[in-house]
Design a binder for this molecule. Structure first.
Ligand code: MOS
Length: 692
């Protein structure tokens, strides 16, 4: 058990501390770094999917007025470390995927850099490229582990016999599309070399992780790299690791010492250079008795990675712990293709991995003639099926019941395709949500008392999530002082090191560290500190870490309306009820839930990166054609939560809230669309052609 803080500031819906700076346009983002006389750069991307360049002609580009330099694989500086093939840019002539970077123009203005980039001439040797993911590829392989270090396959009981002998079975294949993170702020970096030190203003989810990566690539001690990022316009995981633009900006700046260089990826460039979510193919088999209890679950996932760097999305993970069953097998197989490098996107693993299973549960409910809420309740495990550990708290059933009440689920007529409201077919669907509640080790916080105020320093990141606002709430309660008396400083490697804002771990990790610092401060100075008193503390270990299975849960209810003639789908209502521990700030937490659910709605109906199988690039690589749910797509959207406090996680009693909102949403919508129409769509997105 962890000693919990007495919540005073925690639990209050305080407004965002960074709000005024953001809405008045005075919050400096990475591209707006306060530097003088900047140069600008623009990458030139490969137009073939595989091969090598035999010539990069720069004469014409370099003769354009205002062009300072054009870097090519033949002329660019050698990097100290090229182990990470994604970051080893301009180091050889190979083209590993369409859109990989083959030249970089540095110029006096962004317009000139972009214009000159079109004048760079590239000749290629083309090789045959493989860019198409299919479950019947003969080159699928078993990765050693899945992101970040989970077992690739699991097998318990006797799955084959159970599948043969179950009274009721479902055996279907579900697919999720390729998706691209599209934060409003693109990936941008401003880089400045002065002697042997490098300063980066980078739009990132973690200044210290970026520093570590860049220092390694350039062979510098970490102290010679400073990364600054007080504000971020979204990331969703795509800014959780340094991508190639950071290295490009630093390479360009190296050539003009003392002069800052700015790089902003265009929206189109983000579709090949900033990560994305792999498409998945999920064959899902369920067996159950007539009593509605699962006898067996099998999930086999096929997905892609890039040939140059492996990222294995952990899609089968939630199927390992969600429901009780004596027989269970899960697997992941990958195709390494000539495609850009996949990476983190909001709830990697859980997000795609709760689509197939949660639609399959709906199909099973129909087979059993059982309410889909009741089916889930009946298969609640008493302990974590995967580890055998008790759950630190598991309130899925209460989420389902409370959510059902608020949504008005009772007396639902289960028959599909029979409700009509004018031209609309109407249906409702449910799916469960889950996301691990973790704390990352390795942050440090400094607490100082000065001029009657407390300052907490920790190099954390606020990517729009609320860290600027909730960290003072936590520090204030830990110190026992009013939240108004606490300032925080985050987003700079000059501050003590902090872990990445990823895996919904930020508040738990940095908050636990702040609480440890506050305890150390009070131990040392009591309640009456003097000016300049200061302590630092590291993230404490959680003694309960290996004793409990720790997850947030949720239930999502959707009402779909489908135009009987055109197949147009509208999600009239989407209500989520979550159990995510103590909510540190209801305002910022609700925003996270709603944002996740909106992204899930977007995944259900709109988002789909279309890779041209002939040429290996995403053809709809901009916001005109890669449709993201807009306000007009979101109708009655509601997020609520149970009054849960988890005593095993951290002193706040909180769980992460950044990712769970996207988990299960697409399944809830797909299940509602089936209920409305009688058409079972198993391949996302649910576009009207699949309903007609
Ligand atoms: Mo999240 S995909 O861990 O930033």
């Amino acid at each position: 058990m962890t000693e919990l803080l007495e919540p005073r500031a925690i639990g209050r819906a305080l407004t965002r501390r960074d709000g005024p700076a953001k809405v008045t346009g005075t919050a400096p983002y990475a591209y707006e770094a306060p530097v003088e006389h900047a140069a600008y750069c623009h990458p030139v991307q490969a137009a073939i999917a595989r091969g090598r360049c035999t010539r990069v002609g720069t004469v014409e580009a370099e003769s354009l007025e205002g062009v300072l330099r054009v870097l090519t694989p033949f002329t660019a500086e050698r990097l100290a470390d090229t182990e990470d093939a994604e970051l080893a840019v301009l180091q050889d002539r190979e083209v590993p995927f369409r859109g990989s970077v083959l030249a970089l123009v540095v110029a006096e203005s962004p317009e000139t850099a972009r214009q000159a980039s079109a004048l760079v001439e590239i000749d290629y040797d083309r090789d045959e490229a493989e860019v198409e993911l299919r479950a019947d590829r003969d080159d699928l392989y078993k990765p050693e582990k899945v992101n970040p270090s989970f077992p690739t396959d699991t097998d318990e009981g006797d799955v084959d016999t159970a599948l043969r002998e179950s009274e009721v079975t479902v055996d279907q294949t579900y697919t999720t599309a390729m998706y691209h993170n599209n934060p409003l702020e693109p990936h941008t970096t401003t880089a400045l070399w002065e002697d042997d030190t490098l300063t980066l203003w980078d739009s990132t989810q973690g200044v210290h992780p970026v520093r570590g990566t860049v220092a390694k690539v350039f062979g510098l001690p970490e102290e010679q790299v400073r990364v600054i990022c007080p504000y971020v316009g979204g990331g969703f995981g795509s800014k959780g690791t340094a991508h190639v633009h950071v290295v490009l900006a630093a390479l360009a700046a190296r050539g003009v010492p003392g002069r800052p260089v700015k790089l902003a990826l265009t929206r189109q460039q983000m579709f090949s250079l900033a990560g994305y979510r792999t498409p998945t193919i999920q064959r899902m088999r369920l067996g159950a008795g007539r009593d509605g209890r699962l006898t067996v679950l099998r999930l086999d996932v096929v997905e892609q990675t890039s040939r140059i760097k492996e990222f294995a999305e952990q899609t089968a993970l939630p199927a390992r712990m969600m429901y009780a069953t004596p027989n269970r097998r899960t697997s992941h197989r990958l195709a390494a293709l000539d495609v850009p490098v996949p990476s983190w996107m909001r709830a990697p693993g859980e997000c795609p991995g709760m689509f197939g299973p949660e639609v399959a549960m709906d199909e099973l409910a129909y087979e059993l003639d059982l309410d889909p809420v009741e089916l889930r309740v009946r298969n609640e495990p008493e302990r974590d099926p995967e580890t055998g550990n008790p759950f630190s708290s598991r309130n899925l059933v209460e989420c389902l019941r409370t959510g059902a009440d608020e949504f008005g689920w009772a007396d639902r007529d289960p028959r599909p395709g029979v409700r009509r409201d004018g031209r609309w077919l109407v249906g409702t669907g449910v799916a469960a949500s889950v996301y691990p509640a973790r704390r990352q080790p390795g942050s440090v916080a400094v607490l100082r008392f000065e001029n009657g105020r407390y300052t907490a320093e920790i190099g954390a990141a606020d990517l729009g999530t609320g860290a600027w606002t909730v960290l003072p709430q936590i520090a204030a309660d830990a110190l026992g002082v009013p939240v108004e008396d606490v300032d925080v400083r985050i987003g700079d490697t000059e501050q003590p090191k902090a872990t990445v804002a990823g895996g919904s771990t930020g508040t738990a990790s940095w908050g636990s560290t702040l609480v440890a610092a506050a305890e150390a401060f009070r131990d040392k100075y009591g309640d009456d500190p003097g000016d300049g008193d200061e302590v630092s503390a590291e993230t404490p270990e959680n003694p309960d870490e290996d004793r409990y299975a720790m997850y947030a849960f949720g239930a999502q209810f959707a009402e779909a309306r489908v135009d009987a003639d055109t197949g147009e789908v509208r999600v009239a209502r989407l209500h989520g009820t979550f159990a995510a521990g103590r909510i540190v700030n209801p305002r910022t937490a609700r925003s996270q839930f709603l944002g996740g659910m909106t992204m899930g709605l977007s995944m259900a109906l709109h988002e789909h990166s279309l890779l041209d199988p002939r040429f290996g690039h995403v053809v709809n690589h901009d916001l005109a054609e890669y449709h993201i749910a807009a306000n007009a797509d979101v109708l009655d959207l509601k997020a609520d939560w149970l009054d849960e406090v988890d005593p095993h996680l951290n002193p706040m009693g909180s769980k992460g809230v950044g990712e769970i909102g996207i988990v299960g949403t697409a399944a809830a919508v797909a299940n509602a669309v089936f209920h409305a129409t009688g058409v079972r769509v198993r391949d996302l997105p649910i576009t009207l052609d699949k309903l007609l």
